[in-house]
Design a protein around this ligand. Structure first.
Ligand SMILES: Cc1ncc(COP(=O)(O)O)c(C=O)c1O
Length: 322
């Protein structure tokens, strides 16, 4: 493995687990895993490093002539772009046009070439519906020599990154007391990787998946009726005990609460995790609940402005703490 990839790997672990006071009672302890403390500011640093390390080991990527191409709604692209810059290969990202302008600007500033498609927010999966994935696949087929597509939707290194890092961190940091795990679904890597690890440690741990409603604005998450389930997720979907479907309104409402009560600038998907945690609390579940906060609100100023989630001066104030 190139030395600089090892250096990145060293930093992609041990994100903090913090107590969310707004939704904690003596018998319900909600812990948020702040994944934006990873390099490149999101949970996707983990699968990105695992997938590239695997591709280097298998000789699929060599040097400057290698072009990585990947369909993504943003965070995987940003992590791959950061790695590409550090390790030295080219990157092309196939991205739905509706992702936030800040995400696209950031990707371009990191040197990635963007190919936009009219997928909604998350690359769709399934014959006849996907734009981003089909375009990336056709480019790889056309010029197979230099192109490599990690394909987070089907690559077991994505699952393994969470099975080998996120899951063990949660088990260690809760001293084995975790009873419920909540995460969103994009590729299903987080839910299945962490879910498998925690259930191996304690089969009584319950795993909850969070999906947004149809026509949503929660970047990074997928509604499973709008798009087929990714192959990676299908391999282990039985690990999810139950699903929550969360509206934009509920998720954005919690983004505002988290800003005002916890002084945290969270991303839309973290708002969805909070809404799911609240439903869990209200129906009487108790224990030590761990929820994934996949990214911060840094990239969503325009989204939060459009949906009246945060005032500009609130946003500026919180940005300093991210
Ligand atoms: C911002 C964000 N993106 C993606 C995901 C999940 O990604 P995946 O299912 O691809 O592991 C999460 C998980 O909660 C998330 O918060």
């Amino acid at each position: 493995m190139p030395r600089n990839l090892e250096d990145i790997l060293d930093q992609v672990v041990n994100t903090p687990l913090v107590k969310v006071r707004s939704l904690t009672s003596p018998d319900y302890s909600l812990l948020a895993k702040l994944e934006w403390k990873n390099p490149f500011d999101s949970i996707k640093a983990r699968p990105a490093v695992w997938m590239i390390r695997d591709a280097v080991a298998k000789g699929m990527i060599s040097g400057k002539d290698s072009i990585i191409i990947e369909p993504t709604s943003g965070n995987t692209g940003i992590a791959l772009a950061g790695i590409a810059k550090t390790v030295g290969f080219q990157l092309e990202i196939v991205i739905p046009q509706n992702v936030s302008q800040e995400t696209k600007d950031l990707l371009r500033s990191l040197g990635a070439k963007l190919l936009e498609t009219d997928d909604d927010l998350c690359p769709r999966v399934g014959v006849g519906t996907d734009q981003s994935i089909a375009l990336a696949e056709s480019m790889v087929k056309g010029q197979s020599q230099n192109y490599y597509m990690p394909n987070q939707y089907d690559n077991d290194s994505n699952f393994l990154s969470h099975y080998e890092s996120t899951g063990p961190e949660i088990w260690r940091d809760t001293k084995g007391e975790v009873t419920h795990f909540i995460a969103g679904v994009g590729t299903g890597g987080t839910l299945t990787g962490v879910g498998k690890y925690l259930k191996e440690k304690n089969p009584r741990v319950k795993v909850f998946g969070v999906q947004p409603e149809k026509n949503h604005h929660l970047q990074g998450l997928r509604n499973l009726d709008e798009s087929s389930k990714p192959a990676l997720f299908l391999r282990r979907e039985e690990l999810v005990d139950e699903w929550f479907t969360i509206s934009d309104k509920a998720a954005f409402g919690w983004v505002t609460i988290m800003a005002e009560k916890e002084h945290l600038l969270v991303g839309p998907s973290s708002g969805a995790m909070m809404a799911a945690s609240q439903e869990l609390y209200e129906r009487g579940e108790r224990g030590t609940i761990v929820a994934i906060f996949g990214d911060s609100g840094r990239k969503y100023r325009s989204v939060y402005r459009k949906f009246n989630v945060l005032l500009d001066n609130q946003f500026e104030d919180l940005l300093r703490g991210v």
